[in-house]
Design a protein around this ligand. Structure first.
Ligand SMILES: Nc1ncnc2c1ncn2[C@@H]1O[C@H](COP(=O)(O)OP(=O)(O)OP(=O)(O)O)[C@@H](O)[C@H]1O
Length: 311
């Protein structure tokens, strides 16, 4: 059987009196990307900090490559690279100086430090900034330096806490591509509160809310589970609300403007095709039809409802 690089068992943590996370269980194999999805305060950072041995849990166990983080943290940490939410960068160091220091902290042998720095810079596309002070880099490039320090010792597991947070749209695209690239050789766990980001990057998703796991499965299963249930429609010559609500499968019509409405449907119907067909037949002059994307909050509400319905 394949050795799991990460296994978390019944993990719970309490800051003073209230529980930040409760009974978290997670397992991942050697390559691919696991997304830890949850809104602000859900417990993602707490879970990641414990996973990486930065915070001691109240209860439960973390195994890295079969090594218990509490019992042998030095050995377990050798297998992990970590980019915390606030990247631990030294602004007055150059990229090379900083990475050399990280290599030293990671106990890389002296004669291998140069090649380790070269490898990390090359993978993260920052070789041309070797002598640039970190404070003079853009947010996207600083994040690349943060990722470079996380892979400098070629760990089997890389943990990235909200790595695209605070970046501009172009930088986000670049950092996502970098995450995909480094995951071809190792397992990556990254956290995000952006549903679409998790959808484009991950093979597996674990959703955490209020410190508890509310969903854990493949991305495909997640997408099936949280199919959109409303569609935004713009028409130049819309029919009455009554006519729209009589379309088979439509459960509710919300009028947004004179020409735009949100149609809720029962999930089983191929609704966009039907709207297009009816629009052509009845000259509604359809200008736009798009499935609504669910936000993390809506998905969470949907998952909670589905879980309740099963009970
Ligand atoms: N040092 C701390 N002391 C007390 N409570 C804390 C501490 N750190 C986090 N918490 C609380 O624990 C809960 C989980 O926080 P955590 O930072 O793990 O969530 P998160 O999902 O990473 O959210 P964010 O994206 O906002 O960082 C929150 O209610 C938070 O207020």
């Amino acid at each position: 059987m394949e050795q799991q690089i990460l296994s978390i068992k019944s993990l719970s943590h309490r800051y003073s009196s209230s529980w930040a996370i409760q009974d978290i269980n997670l397992e991942i194999n050697s390559t691919g990307i696991l997304g830890l999805l949850g809104s602000n305060g859900a417990g993602k950072s707490t879970t990641m900090n414990i996973m990486c041995g930065v915070l001691n849990q109240t209860e439960g166990d973390v195994f890295i490559g079969g090594i218990n983080m509490r019992e042998d943290p030095e050995k377990a940490k050798k297998m992990i690279g970590f980019l915390p939410q606030n990247a631990p960068l030294y602004m007055d160091f150059t990229v090379d100086e900083y990475l050399e220091y990280c290599a030293f902290l990671r106990l890389i042998e002296k004669d291998k430090i140069k090649s380790a720095i070269g490898y990390a810079k090359e993978r993260c596309g920052i070789s041309h900034f070797s002598n640039r002070l970190i404070k003079n880099l853009s947010g996207g490039y600083r994040q690349r330096v943060g990722i470079a320090q996380a892979i400098i010792h070629t760990p089997q597991l890389v943990v990235l806490d909200e790595p695209t947070n605070g970046l501009d749209p172009n930088q986000i695209v670049e950092v996502r591509a970098l995450i995909k690239d480094i995951a071809t050789e190792r397992a990556v766990v990254f956290s995000s509160h952006i549903l679409s980001e998790v959808q484009v990057l991950c093979n597996n998703v674990t959703m955490i809310e209020g410190g508890k796991i509310v969903f854990a499965d493949t991305m495909d299963a997640f997408n099936n589970y949280v199919e959109p249930h409303s569609v935004l429609v713009t028409m130049q010559n819309p029919p009455s609300t009554e006519t729209l609500s009589k379309i088979p499968g439509i459960t509710k019509v919300e009028v947004l403007t004179e020409r735009q409405m949100r149609l809720f449907f029962n999930g089983e119907t191929e609704i966009t095709g039907k709207i297009i067909e009816l629009s052509v037949q009845n000259s509604w002059e359809l200008r736009e039809v798009s499935l609504d994307k669910s936000s993390v909050d809506e998905v969470f509400a949907q998952l909670s409802n589905n879980n309740l319905a099963k009970k």
